[in-house]
Design a protein around this ligand. Structure first.
Ligand code: AMP
Length: 570
């Protein structure tokens, strides 16, 4: 397929903010996509690999600037000046390509296959000469690109497509294109997406218009899927009314989500944002092999840190460095040990278990796991219909240094990636949100050279809306228990800067932080319509992505709940 055809679709999509119009545009396009071009599904999502794949294009702004300069014969300084003026490197590429095109006649035809081929190669290089090789691959594409192609190529390269399309938009477009928009098939499509995490695979099955083809799509051990997410409960009665009586209750461990895959002798561990962290947790790999029986399985768990001497559980922050650590792994695993608390099973010995009621799934994990405290255990669990029992359990969880409790519907299936009301959390402090940093200000005086004041945003579908500014919680010097420093955040955020104006910078949404606050207020200042009073960054959530942050609806809900004060326990 001509890349120009896709670029025009991108342009049409960004020309409307209406969801139904986007679905319409996409469904017409999908009808025309042949099977041999089905890789364009990845390009529609802004990448070149399925969602489950860790490889990302992720080109720095600097490299994009160099390529634009080379392909259009423009001085790099001029590219930077234009960028500061316009704020979008894609638009800069478009304008400069327009200028160049008037002078040259030679123009090659760019195909989606060629774009994908070069972009995939970009993710493969490592070591010496990488920058030069990448530069030449990008320049090759940009030299052949028309202005509109250059715009979307550059946006794809820097991971900022801005067409306002989500996975769900694509799902509805497929429903319209291949199932006559019949809502009866929506759940089948959703299930296929949940299980494969690969829109190309789903597209190829959906295109047949035969729901049986969708049903053939299944979980695969070693291929990460999105974890099921929880909603908040107002109190125990609220939980009973949503989950039924009796319900299951478990500790809500203050660690990080770990999805455990095993096939034969191969163990793979994934975080909630689908990152492969097997290398970082060699001891967990050992526990899985030793304490769990089965040839193949996918289990869901929470890894939680504990103090080696006192055996007291620690919070997430205390062990967060283990997730990204690439060196001295053994030493760190001894210093910061984790206990894995398994609470669900999705697949066992060749069979998917997602559809089974939760109480059946619980029975499976109890059967296959030999619990070893401080190594790997089945999560603390009870089934009860009594409010008093839940309250006692809740108090015990807090005393045990955990965040609170999880309450689960005993009959519900496992729904990957969705915040369905089958699993509700109860924590004492609801004045806490996970948000993403979308802007900052360069500091002055003592903080010169550092980004100092950070703009936080929540999410509305895939739009990011500002909700406040924060500097509190960030330290000037790193200490044993606080790694959130201006220097560290500056290092993480600088490569993500998309626009600079005076002291202010715009940042590509990627870095997720937990923020506590005293109150949510209505506010005309921020685009979300809300502001946080006395926000404070407490945790850098390197295990989470933008899909995990608070949504506008959740914030509205928090605001409503704070009005009639929540159920609190000490
Ligand atoms: P939150 O991060 O507050 O939205 O809470 C959801 C997270 O709690 C999940 O993603 C898990 O990482 C974590 N969690 C801790 N204990 C459990 C449990 N027993 N069952 C399910 N999730 C748990």
């Amino acid at each position: 397929m001509r890349y120009e055809k896709l670029a025009k679709v991108y342009d049409e999509l960004s020309g409307t903010s209406k969801r139904l119009e986007k679905i319409d545009i996409l469904s017409k396009f999908l009808e025309e996509v042949n099977e041999k071009d089905s890789d364009v599904m990845y390009l529609l999502e802004g990448g070149v690999y399925p969602a489950y794949d860790e490889r990302k294009i992720g080109i720095s702004n600097q490299l994009a600037i160099k390529s634009i300069s080379k392909s259009t014969g423009t001085d790099p300084k001029k590219v930077v000046i234009e960028w500061k003026k316009i704020g979008d490197l894609g638009e800069v590429a478009k304008i400069l390509t327009k200028g160049k095109k008037q002078m040259t006649l030679a123009s090659h035809v760019l195909t989606t296959q060629k774009v994908i081929e070069n972009l995939r190669k970009l993710t493969e290089f490592e070591g010496k000469g990488t920058v030069e090789k990448k530069l030449s691959l990008i320049t090759e594409l940009l030299t052949s690109a028309s202005p509109i192609e250059a715009l979307y190529l550059v946006r794809t390269l820097i991971g900022d497509l801005r067409i306002g399309v989500q996975e769900s938009t694509i799902k509805y477009a497929m429903l319209k294109a291949f199932f006559k928009n019949d809502k009866e098939y929506e759940e089948d499509l959703q299930k296929a997406i949940d299980r494969s995490n690969d829109l190309k695979e789903v597209f190829e099955s959906a295109k047949t218009g035969d729901v049986k083809e969708l049903e053939k799509i299944n979980l695969e051990v070693g291929k990460p899927i999105k974890a099921m997410l929880a909603q908040k409960a107002k109190d125990v009665d609220d939980a009973f009314s949503h989950l039924g009586i009796p319900m299951a209750i478990e500790y809500k461990y203050d660690g990080f989500r770990l999805l455990i895959h095993k096939k034969g002798n191969k163990v793979t561990l994934f975080t909630r944002s689908l990152e492969n962290v097997t290398k970082q947790f060699p001891e967990v790999e050992k526990y899985v092999k030793e304490f769990i029986t089965g040839d193949s399985f996918i289990l869901d768990s929470e890894a939680v840190g504990y103090d080696k001497k006192t055996k007291k559980y620690t919070d997430f922050q205390a062990i967060s460095q283990r997730i990204k650590r690439k060196y001295d792994i053994k030493k760190l695993s001894e210093k910061l040990p984790v206990e894995v608390n398994v609470f669900d099973v999705l697949f066992y010995n060749g069979k998917p278990e997602l559809e089974k009621p939760f109480k059946e799934r619980r029975k499976i994990i109890e059967k296959i796991i030999k619990s070893h405290p401080y190594k790997l255990i089945t999560s603390k669990y009870m089934e009860t219909g009594e409010k008093k029992v839940v309250e006692e359990f809740y108090k015990k969880a807090l005393k045990d240094n955990q965040e609170g409790i999880m309450m689960k519907n005993l009959d519900a299936p496992y729904k990957p990636g969705r915040r369905v009301g089958n699993m509700l959390k109860l924590k004492p402090d609801t004045s806490e949100l996970d948000l993403v940093i979308t802007g900052a200000e360069w500091g002055a005086g003592k903080r010169a050279g550092w980004l100092s004041s950070f703009i936080l945003s929540c999410r509305k579908e895939n739009e990011f809306l500002e909700i406040g500014k924060v500097g509190t919680g960030v330290a000037e010097k790193e200490t044993e228990d606080n790694k959130i420093t201006f220097e560290n955040l500056t290092k993480l955020l600088t490569p993500l800067i998309t626009k600079e104006k005076g002291k202010e910078v715009q940042i590509k949404p990627k870095i997720v932080v937990t923020v506590t606050y005293q109150e949510i207020q209505k506010s005309p200042t921020y685009k979300s319509g809300w502001a946080l009073r006395f926000p404070r960054i407490t945790v850098l959530r390197e295990d989470r992505g933008t899909g995990d942050i608070a949504t506008l609806e959740e914030i509205e809900e928090d605001f409503k709940n704070s009005k009639h004060e929540n159920w609190k326990y000490g």
